[in-house]
Design a protein around this ligand. Structure first.
Ligand code: ADP
Ligand code: MG
Length: 702
C-alpha cells in the first residue's frame, strides 16, 4: 500500500507505520489510536533524563542509571523452576562491568550477542552474588541504529501512559517512526505572523521537541509541560478553541432580536417607582450594563454574578420593567418550584401598582389555570411569567417574548438559550448565578457570554460569623442555637446528601429532626424538608418556616438555592467536611439577610482530610464569594469545580485550565486579531464551528 498523496500527513492511518500489522493496528484502534494525529497528540505523561552516561564502576545500588558499554557475555540460563528462563549478559566499559538479567525473554538469545555496543537504562540492585545487577533493563543496540540515535536510552526519554496492549515503549517507537514520516513543511494551523511574534517553533519542530526533547531542555520544565515546544502546542489548542469563541461572538452579533427596546425618561420613572430602596453602586453598574445591552439590535447574552444576598433579583426586575414597557414579555425561570414561588411573591408584590400582569406557571398549577395562563401568555395579556425549566421547554407560546431571566443555574441557562433559538425566539437573556465562576473557567466555558458582577452587598448587612465545631462538642452548638431561638430568631440544620442512597439520607435527616424535637428542643417546633417530599408538603413546611411557626428547619441541601427567610440567623451544617466549598458558601447565604447578626456553624467529624480542613478554614476566613470561588478552583481543580463533566467544560488535550489561564487569554487576543485571516467565508465559520464542537465536545453554548 502506498499512501495517498495530497492528504494531511496527520490523517495517515497507523497501518502505514513500520511494524504496524493488522494485529498491532487493532490493538491501537481499541484504545482510540487510528491516525498519526491520534498518536502524536497523545503526549508523554512525563519525561526521564537518561542522557547522562555513568561509568559502570560508579553506579550505586538502588539508583537508576544510564550506562553504555560492550557485551562481554550473553546467554540463556535455565533455572530449577520448569520453563522459567533467565537471559544473562555482562556489560563492560573502561571502568568495570555489571550483570544484566532478563526474566523469561527467550527471544533475547537471537537479539543480544557478545561484542555488541549497548546503551542500557534501569535500576541497579545488589544481588546475592555480591555484585550489582540490573533486571529487565531498557536497552538499545547502538551498532544497529542508524546514526546512533537512541529512543529509549541515552537521552531525555518520553514516558507514555500504557494504553491497553500498547506499552509505553511501543508507543515511543511508533511516535518516533511517525515523526520521521512528517514533512518538515507540514501544515501549520497558527498564522505565521502570530508564530513569529510569539517566537514559537513551527508545528513540525514543536512536535519533534515535545516527544523527543533535545538534551539541553530542562527536565523540570518539560515535566510541567512548559518548554517552548510544549507551550507552542498548548497555544495551538488554546488558539483553536478561541477561534470558536470568537466565531460564536460574531454570529451572536449578527443575530437580530425580535423587538427593539428603547429607554425613555418616562420608562426610567416607571422603573424607579417599582424600586423600594436605593441600589448599591454594584447593582447600579450591573443594571446599566444590562440596559445598554437591551437597547442593542442583537440579543443580550449576559451572566450576572453576585454573592447570595447581593440583590440580583431587583436588578433583573428593573431590566424586566424596561422590556415590558416596550411591549415585550418576560420569562423568569428558577431551578426549583419553591424558588419560583418565592420570586412570584416578591415580584408580584413589587409590581402590584404597575399595569403589568404577573403569572406563576409550575408543575403544580392546576390544569384549568394552566390552560387559562397559556392562552393569556399567547395573547400577550400576561406580561411576566415566572416558572421553572418547563416554561420554555414545553408548550408555552409567547405573544412577544423579549427577555429571559434564568436564576441560579448557569448550566441550565446556557441550554435554554439553544432551546429558545430552535423555536425561532431571540430574546435578551440574563443568567444569574450566586456561584461566581473564576475568570479562567468563565472564559473557557462561556467565552462568548458577557458578564456583570455585583461585588458589594446592600447596606446594613452584618458579615456572617462562621466557626468550626467538632462533632464531639455538639452540645455547644445546641446551646448556641437555643439562645438564638430564645431571642426569637430561626435556624437551619443542613444534612449532606450522600449520593449512593437518597433513602439513607432522608432517614438520617428524619432521625435528626426527631431527636432535635424530642430530646434537644422540646420547647420549640422543629420542621423537616427533603427532596423526597411531595411538593405540597414541602410547600407547607416552607410557608410555616417563613411565617415563623417552625423555629428550626432540618433539611437536606434542597434549601441550598435562593430561599429567603430573613429572620433565620443560624445555619448549622452537619458533616461540613463532606461539602464542597462553594456549596457551603451557598448554604451560608441563606442567613445574614436581616439587621440581626447571623452565624454559620460548621459541625465536622474527625479525623478530617487536609483538603476538608482547608475548605472549612476558607469558610471561616472569608465571606466573599469571589474569593471562595477562586479557592475552590485551586482546591478542586477545574475538572471538579462544577462537580461533573457535563457542566460544560471543554475537553482539552494539553491545556490545563488551572495552569494555563494566561495562555488562554493570549490566545483569545490573537484569535480576535487574526480571525479574518483564518475564517474568510460564512462557510468557513460553519465548518469551524462544526469541528470545534466535535473537538471540544462542548454542549451548545450561547
Ligand atoms: P440574590 O442576589 O441572592 O438573589 P436577592 O435579590 O434575593 O439576592 O436580595 C436579597 C435581599 O436583599 C432581598 O430581601 C432584597 O429585597 C434586598 N435588597 C436587594 N438590594 C437591596 C438594596 N439595594 N438595599 C436594600 N436591600 C436590598
Ligand atoms: Mg436570588
Amino acid at each position: 500500500m502506498s499512501q495517498p498523496v495530497n492528504e494531511d500527513p496527520l490523517d495517515t492511518p497507523l497501518q502505514f507505520l513500520k511494524g504496524v500489522g493488522d494485529r498491532r493496528a487493532a490493538d491501537l484502534a481499541r484504545v482510540g489510536l487510528h491516525t498519526v494525529e491520534h498518536l502524536l497528540f497523545r503526549f508523554p505523561l512525563r519525561y526521564e533524563d537518561r542522557s547522562r552516561m555513568l561509568p559502570i564502576a560508579s553506579v550505586r545500588p538502588g539508583t537508576r542509571a544510564s550506562l553504555t558499554g560492550r557485551l562481554v557475555h550473553a546467554g540463556l540460563r535455565t533455572t530449577r523452576r520448569r520453563g522459567f528462563m533467565i537471559f544473562e549478559a555482562i556489560l563492560s566499559d573502561d571502568s568495570g562491568s555489571i550483570m544484566l538479567t532478563w526474566m523469561n525473554q527467550k527471544f533475547l538469545a537471537n537479539v543480544l550477542k557478545a561484542g555488541q555496543h549497548l546503551v542500557v537504562y534501569g535500576l541497579a540492585e545488589m544481588k546475592g552474588h555480591g555484585g550489582l545487577q540490573i533486571t529487565n533493563a531498557d536497552f538499545e543496540i547502538l551498532d544497529d541504529e542508524e546514526g546512533g540515535e537512541t529512543l529509549h536510552t541515552g537521552r531525555i526519554v518520553p514516558i507514555y501512559e500504557r494504553a491497553g496492549a500498547v506499552t509505553p515503549k511501543q508507543q515511543r517507537k511508533l511516535v518516533f517512526d511517525a515523526l520521521h514520516r512528517l514533512p518538515p513543511d507540514m501544515r501549520d494551523p497558527l498564522p505565521e505572523e502570530v508564530r513569529q511574534r510569539r517566537g514559537f517553533p513551527t508545528r513540525y519542530a514543536a512536535l519533534h521537541a515535545t516527544h523527543f526533547p533535545p538534551s539541553d531542555v530542562d527536565l523540570e520544565t518539560l515535566n510541567i509541560f512548559d518548554s517552548l515546544a510544549q507551550r507552542r502546542l498548548k497555544f495551538d489548542e488554546a488558539f483553536e478553541f478561541q477561534l470558536g469563541t470568537v466565531a460564536r461572538r460574531r454570529l451572536a452579533l449578527a443575530e437580530q432580536k425580535g423587538g427593539t427596546i428603547v429607554v425613555t425618561p418616562q420608562i426610567r420613572e416607571t422603573a424607579k417607582r417599582v424600586l423600594p430602596f436605593k441600589l448599591t453602586p454594584g447593582q447600579f453598574n450591573a443594571l446599566k450594563e444590562i440596559v445598554d445591552d437591551l437597547q442593542k439590535p442583537h440579543p443580550m447574552n449576559r451572566l450576572l454574578q453576585g454573592d447570595v444576598g447581593a440583590g440580583k433579583t431587583i436588578v433583573a426586575l428593573l431590566a424586566a420593567v424596561v422590556v415590558m414597557e416596550n411591549g415585550l414579555q418576560v420569562a423568569f425561570m428558577a431551578p426549583t418550584e419553591i424558588l419560583a414561588k418565592q420570586h412570584f411573591a416578591t415580584l408580584s408584590t413589587l409590581l402590584v401598582t404597575s399595569r403589568f400582569r404577573v403569572a406563576l406557571l409550575t408543575g403544580s398549577t392546576t390544569a384549568a389555570k394552566r390552560r387559562q395562563y397559556l392562552a393569556e401568555i399567547q395573547s400577550g395579556a400576561i406580561n411576566l411569567v415566572i416558572g421553572t425549566h418547563a416554561l420554555v421547554q414545553g408548550d408555552v407560546l409567547f405573544h412577544r417574548l423579549g427577555f429571559v431571566v434564568i436564576d441560579e443555574q448557569h448550566r441550565f441557562g446556557v441550554l435554554q438559550r439553544a432551546t429558545l433559538r430552535e423555536k425561532g425566539l431571540h430574546p435578551d437573556a440574563l443568567v444569574m448565578t450566586a456561584t461566581p465562576i473564576p475568570r479562567t473557567l468563565a472564559l473557557a466555558m462561556f467565552g462568548d457570554l458577557d458578564s456583570s458582577s455585583i461585588r458589594d452587598l446592600p447596606p446594613g448587612r452584618l458579615p456572617i460569623k462562621t466557626r468550626m465545631i467538632p462533632d464531639a462538642r455538639r452540645d455547644e452548638m445546641h446551646e448556641f442555637v437555643r439562645s438564638e431561638l430564645q431571642a426569637g430568631r430561626q435556624a437551619y440544620v443542613i444534612y449532606p446528601l450522600v449520593e449512593e442512597s437518597e433513602k439513607l439520607d432522608v432517614k438520617a435527616a428524619t432521625e435528626m429532626a426527631d431527636t432535635l424535637q424530642q430530646q434537644v428542643f422540646p420547647e420549640f417546633t422543629v420542621g423537616l424538608l427533603h427532596g423526597k417530599m411531595k411538593n405540597d408538603a414541602k410547600d407547607r413546611v416552607m410557608k410555616a418556616f417563613a411565617a415563623g411557626q417552625i423555629h428550626l428547619l432540618v433539611s437536606t441541601t434542597v434549601v441550598e438555592v435562593g430561599i429567603d427567610v430573613p429572620n433565620a440567623t443560624v445555619m448549622v451544617v452537619e458533616h461540613a467536611e463532606r461539602f464542597g466549598l462553594s456549596q457551603m458558601h451557598q448554604l451560608r447565604g441563606r442567613v445574614g439577610r436581616s439587621q440581626h447578626q447571623s452565624h454559620c456553624l460548621l459541625v465536622y467529624q474527625t479525623p478530617m482530610s487536609a483538603e476538608a480542613k482547608d475548605r472549612l478554614s476558607a469558610m471561616v476566613e472569608t465571606t466573599d464569594g469571589f474569593i471562595i470561588a477562586e479557592r475552590d478552583l485551586q482546591l478542586r481543580g477545574a475538572g471538579d469545580f462544577f462537580g461533573t463533566r457535563q457542566a460544560g467544560l471543554p475537553t482539552f488535550r494539553m491545556i490545563d485550565l488551572d495552569r494555563d489561564g494566561g495562555l488562554m487569554d493570549e490566545a483569545l487576543q490573537d484569535a480576535e486579531q487574526s480571525f479574518a485571516l483564518v475564517v474568510r467565508t460564512p462557510h468557513d465559520i460553519s465548518e469551524l464551528l462544526r469541528s470545534w464542537s466535535a473537538r471540544f465536545r462542548l454542549m451548545e453554548v450561547g
